[in-house]
Design a protein around this ligand. Structure first.
Ligand code: N01
Length: 546
């Protein structure tokens, strides 16, 4: 008789070794738990390992987009620029993994395919693609909010004879675009970062734009000699300010600029002269820096018009400038900041194709065919780069076969009921599964690292509480979950964030067939933290402990 080896047992399993998973491992280890992290990649980094396209960087300052839990780490690590590039963030996460000796508890190249809650044993069984199995009472999904790429389904994509590249899994060895005819599909945050950099290298760049972006001009610069040391000396104050700030970043960031706009005078009561002067003096910022754009769709449309005028002052070809003017409301999608985006369209080697009037028909072996192109209708290309976004927030867990009570599937639950969650941390019917920054959490509209640290610490305290009191399971109650999601929805009810013309990863509108619901919590991290703490202090109100 042969005895099948049982699963490898731990106190907690963490799925994912990006920012969240690394901190979850460190924090839970510190609480005395035996933890195993399962990571599909060969290294740490998560989204900052995969999204290594040219120009990738964060739009929050490095000293704030970093772990705050360890003063040693923040003092030792040296950031070189105000806003960090992808290679620097990747190197930082490797530094943290080594500094805290995290790798010994991480299984790399381990692709989780199924997670099943065993109701009798009160534990999660986790299965990997390679057939290994792991078991633990607590399961922490640190699977990322933007980790599942959304590939378009354009007819003929696989017939392309040149090189197809996806920004979300850019080759580690890089891609040589020098002198080549490159097409970029997608003009979200990724496209806007990529396009100016590729334009410098490519022989010719053709941008295929479905929705023009609103993007705020930004200067990123290397730290001056001594500047970082001065900032490091102020870290206690910097972190304290961050903690109190709604978006978890008190210094300049894409989010804080938006918040500051709220306090500005309304566009609707400004005279035509005032509006034009604002654009003359401040360009794009002058078009958007008004207080009523978030709540009043009419004001928002007026701002879009002004925005078009501001773009036309930068982009010399009038038709291109018109094509770059957005037709969806400003601020309904995530804010974008750029460096020289519009100036790029003045280059001789850059062409813009406006897919609103000239849609993609198919990909051919030689390039991309669009609808109303004069002549052959084919844009000849050597390389196509897809920067087409992500199935956000629920995508990663929906692709794993997650089974909770009564073998109910999490993916099916979200697909039919919409992306529901209690605090973004737990889903009714899935005991002992903690989701870091799930739907209904602040992450979508905040500094992810700050929001994530709060989640990890809350989970750590919760697990300690359960163990201390002898509880074996914790489970969100359906009513509490619904109330939480309703509360999150009520905050944005009167804003352009939920305008029907807005399709974004915030509301799932970017994924064909996805149940539409705004997935963020926008009352700010401090208020979110207050509510999470209150719930914990009330012996985890809204959860059933058994
Ligand atoms: O994705 P997106 P992203 N044919 O969804 C277009 C974070 N991030 O990767 O808008 C043609 O914003 C699509 O068009 P439309 C950040 O949170 C952060 O750029 O659907 N086009 C859109 O233009 C960000 O919000 C940084 O009409 C197609 C684009 O592809 C999030 O990641 C940097 C298409 C997708 O834009 C996602 O950004 C980069 C099709 N079939 C990313 N399908 C920082 O700076 C899609 N598109 C921190």
């Amino acid at each position: 008789m042969t005895i099948e080896p049982g699963p490898a047992r731990y106190d907690a399993i963490v799925v994912g070794a990006g920012f969240s998973g690394l901190y979850a491992l460190h924090h839970l280890r510190g609480l005395g738990l035996r933890v195993r992290v399962l990571e599909r990649a060969h290294n740490v980094g998560g989204t900052w390992l995969f999204n290594r396209y040219p120009g990738a960087r964060c739009d929050i300052e490095s000293i704030e987009y970093s772990y705050s839990f360890s003063d040693e780490i923040q003092q030792e690590w040296v950031w070189t620029e105000t806003m960090p590039t992808q290679p620097e963030i990747e190197a930082y996460l490797n530094f943290v993994a080594d500094r805290l000796d995290l790798r010994r508890d991480i299984a790399f190249d381990t692709d989780v395919v199924a997670m099943t809650f065993d109701e009798t044993a009160c534990e999660w069984l986790v299965a990997t693609a390679a057939g290994e199995s792991y078991a633990a009472p607590f399961l922490i999904a640190a699977t990322g909010i933007l980790s599942v790429p959304l590939e378009p389904t354009i007819p003929g994509m696989d017939t392309f004879a040149g090189t197809s590249l996806f920004t979300s899994r850019w080759p580690e060895a890089g891609a040589d675009l020098r002198g080549r005819r490159v097409g970029v599909v997608g003009t979200g945050s990724t496209g806007v970062q990529l396009i100016p950099v590729v334009a410098e290298e490519a022989g010719h760049l053709t941008v295929f734009q479905r929705s023009p972006a609103y993007t705020l001009p930004w200067t990123v610069r290397p730290f001056a000699p001594g500047e970082l040391d001065e900032l490091k000396a102020q870290y206690p104050q910097i972190r304290a300010a961050q903690r109190e700030h709604p978006v978890g970043a008190a210094r300049l960031s894409a989010f804080s600029v938006l918040l500051e706009m709220l306090a500005k005078p309304p566009l609707k009561s400004a005279s035509r002269e005032d509006r034009i002067r604002a654009v003359e003096e401040r360009g794009i910022m002058g078009a958007l820096d008004w207080g009523d754009l978030f709540f009043d769709i009419e004001a928002n449309r007026m701002a879009a018009e002004l925005y078009g005028e501001a773009v036309a002052r930068i982009v010399t070809d009038p038709a291109t400038a018109r094509a770059l003017t957005p037709s969806h409301p400003f601020a309904c999608k995530r804010p974008i900041i750029d460096q020289g985006y519009y100036q790029t369209y003045n280059r001789d080697n850059v062409t813009l194709v406006d897919l609103r009037t000239d849609p993609i028909v198919s990909v051919l072996p030689t390039g991309i065919k669009t609808g109303s192109e004069i002549g052959s209708g084919v844009h000849e290309l050597d390389v196509i780069v897809y920067a087409t976004g992500f199935d956000a927030m629920t995508g990663a867990l929906s692709r794993i076969d997650v089974r909770g009570r009564d073998a109910a599937s999490l993916g099916e639950f979200w697909a039919t009921e919409g992306p529901l969650s209690y605090l973004g941390l737990a889903v009714a019917g899935f005991p002992n599964l903690f989701t870091i920054q799930g739907p209904g959490s602040p992450s979508a509209a905040a500094n992810f690292v700050a929001a994530m640290e709060q989640n990890v610490e809350w989970i750590g305290a919760c697990v300690s509480y359960l163990r201390r009191h002898g509880y074996r399971t914790i489970e969100a109650q359906p009513d509490a979950q619904q109330n939480w999601m309703d509360q999150a929805a009520a905050i944005v009810e009167s804003t352009v964030l939920v305008h029907p013309s807005c399709n974004s990863w915030y509301n799932g509108g970017n994924v064909p067939g996805k149940k539409r619901r705004y997935m963020g919590y926008t009352a700010g991290i401090p208020e979110y933290r207050r509510q999470c703490d209150e719930i914990a202090a009330q012996d985890y109100a809204g959860f059933t402990l058994a």
